[in-house]
Design a protein around this ligand. Structure first.
Ligand code: HEC
Ligand code: HEC
Length: 225
C-alpha cells in the first residue's frame, strides 16, 4: 500500500523488501546485469549500482516502471521513444529520414566527444565534429543527446561527457562503433512474469544498491572513469 518512493525511509518495509528483492534479482536479472549489478559494457548492459541512469533519476518509482514494462520490450508501456541511429548505413534511422555520415565525419564527431575529457591533438577535427554534433541536417546528435551532450533521461539518450559508457570502454574505436552501427538495448518487461510485490521489492533493492554506491563516490570525493 505504501507509495514506492516512501519505502526506503521505512525500516520495516525495507526489511520486508530487501531479501525478496535480492533473491528475485539473482534469479531474473543477474544473468544480464551481473551478480554485483555492475552491468556488462561488452553487451551494452548498464550498471545498476551507480547513480548514472539512462531513464529518470533513480527513484524507486522510476526503476519500478522500467522493471514492469521494460525498454524496447514490445510491451506498449515500455520505453521506446528513440534509439541510436546507425550512421554508417545508407538509412541510419527507421523512425524518420536521417543523412548518413562518412567515416571521416564519424572520426571528427568522435574527436569532439573525446575532447570533453581528454585534450585532442587535432583541434580542427574537434571543431568539425562539434559542427556535426549540432547540425540540424546531418548528425543531429544534439536533438537527442542535448546541446551540451549531457543526454536526455526522458528518451534514454546517454550523457556523452561523463566518462560512463553503456557500450564499450570509451576508446575511440568503441565510440566510433556505436556511432557507425547504432544501439538499441532491450530490457524485458516483467509485468507478465513476476508479481507486483516482487517487482516493487526489486525496484527497492536496485535503488538501495545505487544510493549506497553514490554515497561511496561522494565520500571518495570524485567520479569514476
Ligand atoms: C536479457 C538481459 C536483461 C535482463 C534479464 C534484465 N535486463 Fe535490465 N536492462 C537490460 C539492458 C540491455 C538495458 C539497457 C537498455 C537500453 O539500452 O536502454 C537494461 C536496463 C535496465 C534498467 C534501466 C537502467 C537505467 O540506467 O535507466 C533497469 C532499472 C533494469 N534494466 C532493471 C532490471 C531488472 C530489475 C531486471 C530483473 C527483473 C532486469 N533489468 C533484467 C538487459 C536486461
Ligand atoms: C534519435 C535520437 C539519437 C540521435 C539523433 C543520436 N543518438 Fe546517440 N544514442 C541515442 C540513444 C537512445 C542511445 C542509447 C541507446 C541504448 O540505450 O541502447 C545513444 C547512444 C549513443 C552512444 C553510446 C553511448 C554509451 O554510453 O555507450 C554514442 C557514442 C552516441 N549515441 C553518439 C551519438 C552521436 C555522435 C550522434 C550524432 C552523430 C548521435 N549519437 C545521434 C539516441 C540518439
Amino acid at each position: 500500500m505504501a507509495s514506492a518512493d516512501s519505502i526506503p525511509g521505512n525500516a520495516d518495509l525495507m526489511s520486508f523488501a530487501m531479501p525478496r528483492g535480492a533473491s528475485a534479482y539473482s534469479k531474473h536479472c543477474a544473468s544480464c546485469h551481473g551478480a554485483q549489478l555492475q552491468g556488462d559494457p561488452v553487451r551494452a548492459i548498464p550498471n545498476l549500482a551507480d547513480a548514472d541512469w539512462l531513464y529518470g533519476s533513480g527513484r524507486v518509482s522510476e526503476i519500478e516502471r522500467v522493471v514492469l514494462y521494460g525498454i524496447r520490450s514490445g510491451n506498449s508501456k515500455g520505453w521506446d521513444l528513440a534509439h541510436m541511429p546507425a550512421f554508417a548505413t545508407p538509412h541510419p534511422y527507421d523512425l524518420y529520414a536521417m543523412a548518413p555520415l562518412t567515416p571521416g565525419d564519424i572520426e571528427d564527431v568522435t574527436s569532439y566527444l573525446l575532447a570533453f575529457r581528454h585534450p585532442q591533438a587535432d583541434e580542427t577535427a574537434v571543431e568539425r565534429g562539434g559542427r556535426i554534433f549540432h547540425d540540424a541536417n546531418q548528425g543531429v546528435c544534439s536533438d537527442c543527446h542535448g546541446f551540451d551532450a549531457k543526454g536526455d533521461s526522458a528518451i534514454g539518450a546517454p550523457d556523452l561527457t561523463d566518462g560512463v559508457w553503456l557500450r564499450g570502454d570509451g576508446s575511440r574505436q568503441s565510440i566510433e562503433d556505436s556511432i557507425a552501427h547504432g544501439l538499441a538495448g532491450r530490457c524485458p518487461a516483467w509485468i507478465t512474469v513476476l508479481s507486483p510485490v516482487t517487482i516493487r521489492a526489486l525496484a527497492v533493492y536496485v535503488h538501495s544498491a545505487s544510493t549506497r554506491a553514490s554515497a561511496r563516490t561522494l565520500s571518495a570525493g570524485g567520479k569514476r572513469e
